[in-house]
Design a protein around this ligand. Structure first.
Ligand code: LIP
Length: 265
């Protein structure tokens, strides 16, 4: 069985390499197609970065499995799964709105054991390994000191259909008066890393995919934070919650659960 350190170093190196490919493509003309809705976009850069990562991982770890956002999957025999988002925050990438990342999670069963999230606009790498702590480049990071819920800065995000965004906004209107304020940065992996480094006190979102949260959920935990899903500490598509402390994480989970699933359309 590979040591987690080996997987951590590989995830870091691959995230840096893929981020260089994405960043170098940001200024050129790139093709776009829509997926689940007219606003759910994939570019040829997403696909190129994913193909690059799949080729590199297949060479380095031929027995591992791969699950990737743009459809690239491989079945392996090692019990190790690489969970890839070649560009998290694709809409931000298209607009050059400075909040998009490459996210690489490495899982052993249900648990992420290594993770790397490259913040392309800030040219910084968030990373963590089980039992190794969380880092931003070479700096150790930790969640923000606990504050009262009413003084908590909360991140969130919205889905790709008008019906779902409308339902999510209606729920948000019931929460915003009970916390300090809301931030919507547009990339779940970075929102989670912001909790890990104390830029946010908490974050919740419904409708994410494993590649959005696989790497960054470990980065939150190794930074001393809490990650919750609807019924356990495993985030799911239904709900991902992260916070600096259990009280805030539980508050966010308990407040949003009754409103789920948010309307689709
Ligand atoms: C994005 C998520 C974000 C969510 C956006 C979008 P994508 O992922 O990371 O949290 O609010 O709507 O789904 O699709 O840009 O990779």
């Amino acid at each position: 069985m590979k040591s987690y350190q080996t997987l951590v170093e590989a995830a870091k190196t691959l995230a840096i390499e893929a981020a260089r490919l994405v960043s170098s493509s940001q200024k050129r003309d790139f093709s776009m197609t829509s997926k689940s809705s007219i606003n759910d976009i994939v570019t040829d850069v997403d696909k190129a970065a994913e193909a690059f990562l799949i080729e590199r991982i297949s060479t380095l770890f031929p027995d591992d499995s791969i699950v990737a956002e743009e459809g690239g999957t491989r079945s392996g025999t090692s019990g190790i799964y690489w969970v890839l988002d070649p560009i998290d925050g694709t809409t931000n990438f298209i607009y050059d709105f400075p909040s998009y990342s490459v996210s690489i999670g490495v899982k052993e069963g249900d648990n992420t054991v290594a993770g790397a999230v490259f913040n392309i606009a800030e040219d910084t790498l968030y990373w963590a390994g089980t039992g190794l702590g969380s880092f931003k480049d070479q700096e150790r990071i930790h969640v923000r000191e606990r504050v009262p819920i009413e003084n908590s800065l909360i991140g969130t995000g919205f889905g790709y259909t008008a019906a779902r965004r409308t339902a999510q906004a209606k729920y948000l209107s019931t929460l915003i008066g009970d916390v300090r304020d809301i931030r919507r940065a547009g990339a779940a992996s970075l929102d989670l890393c912001y909790v890990a480094e104390g830029r946010l006190d908490g974050y919740y979102e419904s409708g994410l995919w494993p590649w959005d949260y696989a790497a960054a959920s470990l980065i939150v935990r190794e930074a001393g934070g809490i990650v919750l899903g609807p019924t356990s500490d495993l985030p799911t598509a239904e709900l991902t919650v992260a916070a600096s402390n259990l009280e805030l994480a539980t508050f966010l989970k308990d407040r949003v659960l009754p409103f789920l699933p948010f309307a689709d359309g």
